[in-house]
Ligand binder design. Structure first.
Ligand code: MG
Length: 396
């Protein structure tokens, strides 16, 4: 299906990335919001993707603020459908018109006009706008207003309610027959009026515009809160599991989950043999797909001889934090006949929480025996298994 056009009509896209984004930008520091990273990728790269991938779309023309083509090229990979950006104008409608003019030699039948800071357009939304254009000169996605509306006076006090019947919040991409919207924009160029979107230009010029169902997910990223919500929506949960075993040897205590537990024997290992923290470290490394404890801390390396195992877990925690991952919860199961874990469970949970820098409520420590069977049943050693879930920023 991908890349195969089902109709012979030509379709272009104009994406307006002309804004300076002052509501999100701290001047001189952050890039404009269309170039900000979202889930590790520039917003504009995410915005372009569904259009570049759509089989009915032939060409995409981005309009940038003058002098920012370099930023654009840093943010976006070349693509056969993607043209060199053109410079925008003073007002939004000037930028759109310049984008439409740039498509003139291609003479598309239809054009979609879209905001660079709406990165969540689905292929289905593009489908439905294009489908509506088969019978309409213009089609825009819109959602009925669901919140109550009320006018607020200049004094900041609430005034009368506004009937929301028939009111819709409009989104982009807004689709039009190319000739009609280009003509409307050329006429509007001389107008002092500022049009908020292309449906307004079309309506002003007498071009009929219908609506298709918008999507709540297709939101415009305007404020810092919008960005935070978009990051949260893109985050994905990953899990890892770990398993470890240490044998008993002569001694008077064992280290389990960072706690010293008195016992008639000790666990033998290159480090302090903390079977619980080892399984947990491997689980976290597993969730990050970052190797295993042996690859980070080779048992042949004398530096790790007798070392306290919180060093290993803290290292995995730092890797998680560098990857932008947030630890959601951890679950450790200790398998042994003795010592008894119950009296130390809460101390273990607190110590793990402390090392991983999370709340103890996110940490479970459980214990079981193996009913006298196998090496744990015979009291030859302790086994531990662990699971960790993390929230990773979206995107590869
Ligand atoms: Mg081990």
């Amino acid at each position: 299906m991908a890349g195969i056009k089902s109709t012979s009509s030509r379709c272009g896209v104009v994406i307006v990335a002309g804004g300076t984004g002052t509501r999100v930008r701290s001047p001189g520091k952050e890039p404009a919001k269309q170039y900000r990273l979202l889930g590790g990728r520039p917003v504009i790269a995410r915005t372009l993707r569904p259009f570049l991938d759509h089989p009915e779309i032939d060409l995409v023309q981005v309009v940038v603020r003058p002098g920012t083509a370099g930023e654009f090229h840093n943010a976006v990979q070349p693509h056969p459908k993607l043209r060199e950006p053109v410079d925008g104008g003073a007002r939004r409608q000037d930028s759109v018109r310049l984008g439409l003019e740039a498509l003139e030699s291609f003479a598309p039948d239809h054009v979609l006009i879209h905001d660079a800071v709406r990165p969540f357009v689905s292929p289905e939304m593009i489908d439905s706008v294009l489908a509506a254009l088969a019978v309409s000169t213009g089609a825009i996605p819109a959602l009925p207003v669901t919140d109550s509306l009320r006018r607020v006076g200049p004094d900041g006090f609430v005034q009368e309610g506004v009937d929301r019947e028939g009111l819709f919040a409009v989104q982009t991409p807004q689709g039009f027959r190319y000739r009609e919207i280009l003509a409307a924009h050329r006429r509007a160029a001389a107008e002092p009026e500022e049009f908020t979107d292309d449906a307004a230009v079309a309506q002003w010029a007498g071009v009929e515009v219908s609506i298709v169902e918008g999507a709540a997910a297709n939101r415009k990223l305007t404020t810092m809160e919008d960005f935070a919500m978009a990051e949260a929506a893109l985050a994905e949960t990953r899990i890892g599991s770990g398993f470890d075993v240490h044998r008993f040897g002569p001694g008077d205590h064992v280290m389990i989950c960072g706690i010293r537990v008195p016992h008639e024997r000790t666990l033998v290992g290159h480090s302090d043999a903390d079977v619980g923290l080892h399984a947990l470290t491997d689980a976290l490394l597993g969730a990050l797909a970052a190797g295993d404890i042996g690859s980070h801390f080779p048992p042949t390396d004398p530096r790790w001889k007798g070392v306290s195992s919180d060093v290993f877990l803290a290292h995995a925690r730092d890797l998680a934090s560098q990857a932008g991952a947030r630890i959601v919860n951890v679950d450790v199961t200790l398998i042994c006949e003795a010592p008894k874990v119950g009296p130390h469970r809460d101390a273990m949970r607190s110590r793990i929480a402390e090392i991983m820098e999370i709340s103890p409520q996110r940490v479970a420590v459980k214990a079981t025996t193996s009913e006298g069977l196998g090496f744990t049943g015979r009291g030859e050693g302790i086994a531990a298994q662990a699971s960790v879930a993390v929230k990773m920023p979206g995107g590869e």
